[in-house]
Design a protein around this ligand. Structure first.
Ligand code: PGA
Length: 249
């Protein structure tokens, strides 16, 4: 059985005091839910966030990591460093990493492999640009992103992978994929995984939708059969909005 997940990607927002305050607010307001609830603050505040969620079921994620074990990679963070401070899951492949920091499918394949070898769970993000959708190329683009970064992995690796489909044109734009567009793509993703592996792997992987999910649209998007939750950016920065989105699952 795949799990339902609501994850907040805080990106480069919230200083230390704000991180502590938002974590405390979330812990206090967290509703009863069967869904996994996760938040991803910036690296420098991860330790404080991990401390802050201790009495709750909230999990703290990292937004990125390097593929190397250690060494001369100024400014980078390794898998072991994350594990050492109590992180179990890392977001990889976010479209902002791809667009602004040159992360290619090849780099992401290396990062995914390192994370899984270290027993970190991977939340793998992918999705098409607006031009891909306009030209009808979105299915093949998404298929190639999955294939290039993930399909060389052994079947056993998939129990530690969560997918987040995030159409780039819907991220931070206020424009959301319609629930039907999300469902159509999620069903395609599941079929692509079933073809590459088998139906069991495809059925067991959680596929989150991301891109302008808000309290007002979360419930309808989450109601779709193949949508197992959401990766939330802007609306995860206010406890009441994030809680309202959790209530939509
Ligand atoms: P958004 O961001 O909810 O602000 O569109 C989603 C994401 O980038 O994960």
């Amino acid at each position: 059985m795949r799990s339902k997940i609501v994850a907040g990607n805080w990106k480069m927002n919230k200083n230390l005091a704000e991180t502590k305050a938002l974590i405390a607010d979330l812990v206090a307001k967290l509703p009863e839910t069967n869904a996994e609830v996760m938040v991803a603050p910036t690296f420098v505040n991860l330790t404080n966030a991990v401390d802050g969620v201790k009495s709750s079921k909230i999990e703290v994620l990292a937004q990125n990591m390097h593929f190397a074990e250690s060494g001369a990679y100024t400014g980078e963070i390794s898998a072991d460093m994350l594990i050492n401070i109590g992180i179990n899951t890392v977001i990889l492949g976010h479209s902002e990493r791809r667009a602004y920091f040159g992360e290619t499918d090849d780099i992401l394949a290396k990062k995914v492999k390192t994370a899984l070898d270290k027993n970190l769970r991977v939340m793998f993000c992918f999705g098409e640009e607006l031009e891909d959708r306009k030209s009808g190329n979105h299915f093949s683009l998404v298929e190639s992103q999955l294939k290039n970064a993930l399909f060389s992995l052994p079947e056993s690796a998939w129990s530690n992978i969560v997918l987040a489909y995030e159409p780039v044109w819907a991220i931070g734009t206020g424009e959301t994929a319609s629930p039907e567009q999300a469902q159509e793509m999620h069903a395609f993703i599941r079929k692509t995984i079933a073809d590459a592996y088998n139906a069991e792997v495809a059925d067991n992987v959680s596929i989150l939708y991301g891109g302008s999910v808000k309290p007002a649209n979360a419930k309808e998007i989450f109601s779709k059969e193949d949508v197992d939750g959401g990766l939330i950016g802007g609306a995860a920065l206010a406890a009441d909005d994030f809680v309202a989105i959790i209530n939509g699952i």
